[in-house]
Design a protein around this ligand. Structure first.
Ligand SMILES: O=C(O)c1cc(=O)[nH]c(=O)n1[C@@H]1O[C@H](COP(=O)(O)O)[C@@H](O)[C@H]1O
Length: 308
């Protein structure tokens, strides 16, 4: 049995005793003043510099407590080529610190275009990370190019399945003629591929996004999809609680990585109304503490020690 990217996630999780992923969703409105000093807010180039500076602070602050960072592409694309450069530098920096990079790009298109997206995000270029989020709703010719690229380059992907947002039921929970829900059917399709591509730990490099805000659905999905690692966003600010996470893990505490963006990277905003004025050491200590607390909360549930 060959090892695959799911093995890397699981083994890193064991080594670091963490399955926490921190989302890098930079919004300069929430940056402390010291980062914005000397920044020209009308210049994309200048803002992109602030974004990269902020990301390096966050990465240094969380590196010991997380297995991966997850840049959300929209926050970089908004600043055009300068934003993309900030993303590329961020990816390089995170990898230099030994972190896995999950590009949250939510891409997917007709086959030929998906193949180009797959080269962009799962190839060897500057914007490629280790994993990417993929929108499977164009069908198999839309997602197969990502699976093929991930297999070829020993990387991984997460297919959107049951997303964390409140209106995800409008499409994803549509009832099919046989009474199944759409996300259920999609889980079956993913399992056909996942079961054939498992690594040493019995998980595939083809993962699925399942929101922390839907624990009951996660339990059902797990029965259909036992070989996919779940990327679980929606923990913290969107309402997902630590105790909701139990269903996402298997008996060994594997099978899911839990993502938090704003709850960690802007944790200083809950600390004081004067957060704009915080210093660099205060920012670092706040973010480190938020990541460490989230990691510990997840570990308690993951190892099934939580009293119900
Ligand atoms: O693919 C994702 O990462 C994702 C899927 C999903 O179902 N829900 C979801 O919130 N996300 C992303 O996860 C991040 C959530 O951030 P916080 O709510 O601040 O932790 C955002 O960047 C979203 O784009």
């Amino acid at each position: 049995m060959n090892s695959n990217f799911a093995d890397r996630l699981i083994e890193e999780g064991t080594r670091k005793n963490s399955v926490l992923v921190v989302g890098l969703d930079p919004d300069i409105r929430y940056f402390p003043d010291f980062i914005l000093e000397g920044i020209d807010s009308s210049s994309d180039e200048s803002i992109a510099e602030a974004i990269y500076a902020c990301n390096t602070i966050i990465i240094d602050a969380v590196a010991d407590h997380v297995i991966a960072v997850k840049p959300q592409l929209a926050y970089y694309e908004v600043y055009g080529s300068y934003g993309i450069q900030a993303l590329e530098k961020t990816i390089r920096y995170a990898r230099s610190k030994g972190l896995i990079v999950i590009n949250d790009a939510k891409r997917g298109d007709i086959g030929s275009t998906s193949a180009a997206y797959a080269r962009a995000f799962l190839g060897n270029g500057a914007m490629s990370g280790d994993m990417v989020t993929v929108n499977p709703f164009l069908g198999s010719d839309g997602y197969m190019p990502f699976i093929e690229a991930a297999q070829e380059n020993h990387k991984g992907l997460f297919l959107l399945l049951k997303t964390s947002n409140p209106s995800s039921y409008e499409i994803q929970d549509l009832k099919l003629e046989n009474g199944d829900l759409l996300y259920y059917k999609l889980a079956e399709e993913i399992e056909k591929l996942a079961s054939q591509t498992v690594g040493v730990h019995d998980y595939s490099f083809i993962g699925a996004v399942v929101g922390a805000t839907y624990p009951a659905e996660a339990k059902q999905i797990r029965t259909k999809l036992p070989h996919s690692i779940f990327l679980v966003p929606g923990f913290g600010i969107q309402g997902g609680q630590p105790e909701d996470l139990r269903e996402f893990f298997d008996d060994n505490g594997h099978g899911a990585v839990i993502s938090s963006s704003r709850g960690v990277i802007y944790s200083y905003m809950n600390r004081t109304t004067e957060w704009k004025k915080i210093t660099l050491p205060e920012m670092i200590s706040c973010i480190t503490e938020a990541a460490s607390t989230a990691k510990d909360q997840i570990n308690v549930v993951r190892f099934n020690n939580v009293p119900i």
